[in-house]
Ligand binder design. Structure first.
Ligand SMILES: [Zn+2]
Length: 711
């Protein structure tokens, strides 16, 4: 037993074999059940001290290892009991105790119960930043299949966020030398958005998240939990299969239990991915990428493909560049899976819209960092997402698990002008990706409000532009002698009928879900009206008021905007033709032929001609009852507990519509969180992305792609 003394004084670790184990309880058993439980010194919600109740909870769950917080030994308030010794006896487990504090003549601290013999234990105190209760960590080593497994528990400061962060820094330092699988359970007194939790996540996975546990994982207070502060973390070589909270009022917290599969005994770097290193790299590569001028026109995307190719080569990721026209190129890179699932495509366009340097505070291609923001054309549309896609490829290659499906990086040219890049790939190289199950690209819309993520909108549907030219003909003449049914007069009458036409309101499932999801953010009576939007729309007054708002109207119907008008070029000439262009946007599922028929009936003038003047992009949508959608929702919820995750239908369009036609489920989503202020930079001036977003987005995006692609 390796004992290390702390500054405060004696180390007290007790390990006693209270019962005889059957031959070797640990052998061949690779699935572990682990619990973290702040027992509130055994005092339940009814204010009664009752250790048997705590023991009953533990015995019911039969965990192999338990981290306990708030444990007394010889303290007056708990009748001088040696709580951990009593609990060990009642649960027939071994124990270790770490007294962090002298209190009422006794000791108070954290403890561990173990079904396996405890081979070694270590208690370390944390330094304090300021006047606060002293805290510490307790580590035990047990054997699983004759290999060491390390289990740690701690309980962080309850008052100060900077105190918790300081303690976490110390904890991570103390764990750097641990070899083999490592599990850390803790009452962090910190929710997932807190800085201590975030720091833990740079080194560890959270079993609640990786297991895909249902529910919010709230563990405090026990009678009406609203906070997730009790956590089970694990490093590499450990996989979380299940996690849940146990309802009980035996303490003021409820315990969290996870089933963990310990698989990689050879693992050396147990502390998981070195996130700070990858995040530094992400920021650096973001800057490099933004410095490449791919303003379209002319595009010159070949420069972007060279940038990507160089990095893919460096990491041994297979990739190929297709220069379909001088200077215009696409790139595809692939990580191979075992083929048991169909591929996922990470699609990003490498061109950017042009920038007017005079209107910018910085050179649009300098990628300078100011006040925590990286500036550059493309920072939000969409070199940022291209960068996350790149980092995900690197991370999967360097750190990822075996893959069940191919992960395909697809960088395309010319999205901002003609979609030439994607159209060329689909026409010439679709064999490389057309069997994909999923695609992620731009189009999502996530709102940051007061520093917190409020709405995460996944683009699952897009309207289709169906641009029409309406032409009226008639007798020409001199303006001094009016012609009653002149081309202009006919056109104006037709336009007037179009203006009066209220296209039918239709509620698509994705839109219905959107209204339901955002309902809780609305004041009454809107809240209940949105929650039951299908019913509410039956009330004509409500439907009218809703569709009179621009941000909702387009979601509910095909829309028409009259945009270009032309008649005579001279005031005194009645022309023989007059035209008007209208920008029609169709809902997913609508047929342009049907719309044209309806429009013709509204115009009710057989002499008027209607022509389609754009390349029609079929309206399109992807289902939301998919594994990928629920994974995005679950992960996002875990990372941003106050966020509403919902579906979005875009009034505009992205390249998703090209790939949805191939039968691929395409979503516009990335963990990029912007304020309305930030969004003004898209196609505008001073486009920028926060460094924080690049850093955290790297991890959030990777984790979703990893989980949808792992074997
Ligand atoms: Zn874009």
């Amino acid at each position: 037993m390796n004992r290390l003394s702390s500054r405060i004084g004696a180390l007290v670790v007790v390990a006693c074999a209270i019962l005889s184990f059957s031959a070797s309880p640990a052998s061949a058993k690779k699935t572990l059940r682990v619990m973290t439980y702040n027992i509130h010194v055994g005092v339940g919600m009814d204010k009664k001290l009752d250790l048997q109740r705590i023991a009953d909870v533990i015995n019911r769950e039969r965990p192999d290892l338990v981290g306990l917080q708030e444990v007394d030994r010889g303290v007056k308030r708990t009748e001088g009991k040696d709580e951990i010794a009593e609990l060990a006896a009642m649960t027939r487990m071994e124990y270790a105790f770490a007294p962090n504090l002298d209190y009422q003549g006794g000791k108070y601290g954290v403890a561990i119960l173990s079904r396996f013999p405890i081979k070694r234990s270590v208690h370390r105190m944390f330094e304090n930043k300021r006047e606060a209760e002293r805290r510490g960590m307790l580590l035990v080593e047990v054997e699983l299949d004759q290999k060491p497994l390390t289990f740690v528990t701690t309980h962080l400061d309850y008052q100060f966020e900077d105190g918790r962060l300081f303690e976490t820094e110390q904890l991570l330092r103390q764990l750097t030398d641990v070899k083999g699988p490592l599990i850390v359970v803790a009452d962090l007194n910190d929710v997932p958005s807190g800085s201590a939790y975030q720091l833990m996540r740079t080194k560890f996975d959270d079993a609640w998240i990786t297991s895909g546990a249902k529910g919010d994982g709230f563990s405090y207070p026990a009678d009406k939990p609203v906070k997730r502060i009790d956590h089970i973390f694990h490093g590499k070589g450990v996989r979380a299969k299940k996690a849940r909270v146990i309802e009980t009022l035996a303490s003021d917290h409820v315990p969290v239990v996870a089933e963990l599969e310990v698989s990689h005994f050879e693992t050396q770097h147990v502390a998981g991915i070195d996130w700070p290193r990858y995040q530094d790299m992400a920021v650096d590569l973001m800057q490099q990428y933004l410095r490449i001028d791919t303003s379209n026109p002319p595009g010159n995307e070949i420069q972007a493909t060279k940038f990507f190719k160089r990095i893919f080569d460096q990491y041994g990721i297979e990739s190929e560049v297709f220069e379909y026209k001088p200077g215009r190129a696409n790139i595809i890179a692939r990580l191979k899976g075992n083929g048991s699932k169909r591929p996922i495509i990470l699609l990003n366009h490498t061109d950017v819209v042009t920038a007017e340097p005079a209107s910018w505070e910085v050179d649009p291609f300098s990628a300078v960092i100011r006040n925590g923001y990286i500036y550059g054309r493309g920072a939000l549309d969409m070199k940022n997402e291209g960068l996350l896609h790149l980092m995900t490829m690197i991370l999967l290659k360097q750190e990822g698990p075996p893959l069940s499906r191919d992960v395909i990086f697809l960088g395309t040219a010319d999205e901002e002008v003609n979609d030439e890049g994607s159209l060329w790939m689909i026409a010439n190289k679709s064999d490389l990706f057309k069997n994909a199950e999923y695609l992620l690209t731009e189009g999502g819309d996530n709102l940051l409000h007061d520093g917190a993520v409020r709405i995460v909108g996944v683009d699952v549907a897009e309207k289709a532009p169906f641009w029409l030219r309406v032409t009226a003909g008639g007798l020409p003449g001199h303006g001094s002698r009016p012609v009653a049914d002149s081309a202009t007069n006919r056109l104006i009458r037709a336009m007037s009928r179009i203006l009066d036409w209220e296209t039918p309101v239709k509620l698509l499932p994705a839109v219905e879900k959107y209204f339901r999801d955002i309902a809780p953010l609305q004041p009454q009576p809107l809240r209940s009206q949105f929650a039951n939007i299908r019913e509410s729309l039956k009330d004509p007054a409500f439907a009218r008021s809703l569709t009179s708002q621009r941000e909702y109207n387009f979601l509910l119907r095909n829309t028409i905007s009259i945009t270009m008008l032309s008649g005579s070029k001279q005031t005194n000439v009645i022309p023989n033709a007059a035209t008007c262009n209208i920008d029609v946007r169709l809902l997913p599922g609508e047929s342009p032929e049907d719309f044209l028929k309806a429009l013709t009936a509204v115009i009710a003038d057989s002499t008027i001609k209607i022509d389609n003047v754009n390349r029609f992009k079929p309206p399109n949508s992807s289902p939301v009852d998919t594994e990928l959608f629920s994974l995005i929702a679950r992960r996002t919820k875990a990372n941003h507990p106050n966020a509403v995750i919902t579906t979005k239908m875009l009034s505009g369009y992205t390249e998703s519509q090209l790939y949805r036609q191939l039968g691929i489920v395409a979503y516009g989503w990335a963990p990029i969180y912007t304020t309305p202020d930030d969004d003004e930079g898209v196609h505008g001036n001073n486009e920028r992305i926060s460094v924080k977003n690049v850093r955290e987005g790297t991890r959030e995006f990777y984790e979703v792609v990893r989980d949808i692609s792992r074997n």
